[in-house]
Design a protein around this ligand. Structure first.
Ligand code: URA
Length: 218
């Protein structure tokens, strides 16, 4: 999912793309009260035409896992594999994410829910655009409301900056516990980034340990 530019931005080099321009600074809880149930939310995502991605995606990718999970992992957007299968993180990055989960005794679908900031694939794996993030935001907020996780793990610069409404580099956001609407939030590197930057796996392991400690204290 990450482009070459993303790798530099993951490292805090280069211009930072501001989601703030489109997303409200302090988002209200659920912005669309019509998502009272998972069925309503799933139906809305399946038929969504809120942004231009509706014209190019195969299907909306809501998320996968335990809908009452304590752990919520949030990535960027579906890639080609996810767009085809209809599930987040099913490609190579997904396999690494599963290994990261296993490293802290977690398993996809068991007390774990996996979602993305965007529910539709940006064509050619380009970066999500601010209007797309803004259009999709109510879906993610509704997911958080329905799941009521004890901990959120933001996977990568895009999810972290989007959720925390900041342009701080991921290297500065990781290593501490943030809060998103009263839910503790830990930032770590995106699995796709880690596939290309093996030395940062050690840092990701530290982040996962921080997440596990935070969960134990929650
Ligand atoms: N990258 C993401 O951020 N999400 C996916 O679902 C797949 C790859």
């Amino acid at each position: 999912m990450l482009s070459r530019d993303d790798v530099f931005e993951e490292l805090g080099i280069g211009p930072v793309w501001r989601l703030r321009e489109a997303a409200p600074a302090t988002p209200p809880a659920t912005q669309d009260s019509s998502f009272a149930t998972w069925e309503q939310l799933a139906d809305a995502v399946a038929h969504c035409s809120r942004c231009k991605l509706a014209a190019t995606r195969t299907q909306g990718v809501l998320g996968v896992g335990d809908r009452t999970a304590d752990w919520l992992f949030i990535g960027e957007a579906p890639g080609a594999d996810e767009d085809r299968v209809g599930e987040p993180f099913v490609g190579q990055a997904g396999r690494l994410l599963d290994a990261m989960l296993a490293a802290i005794d977690l398993k996809r679908g068991q007390n774990v829910y996996i979602a993305n900031v965007l529910k539709s694939r940006p064509p050619g794996n380009r970066n999500p655009e601010p209007d797309e993030v803004a259009a999709c935001r109510p879906y993610l907020m509704a997911q958080i409301d329905l799941i009521r996780p004890k901990l959120i793990v933001a996977l990568g610069r895009f999810a972290a900056q989007s959720l925390l409404d900041t342009d701080e580099a991921i290297g500065r956001l990781r290593g501490r516990v943030h809060r998103f609407r009263d839910v503790p939030l830990v930032v770590t590197y995106h699995p796709a980034y880690l596939l290309r930057n093996l030395p940062d796996k050690a840092r990701a392991w530290e982040d996962l340990c921080l997440a596990r400690r935070t969960m134990r204290e929650a």
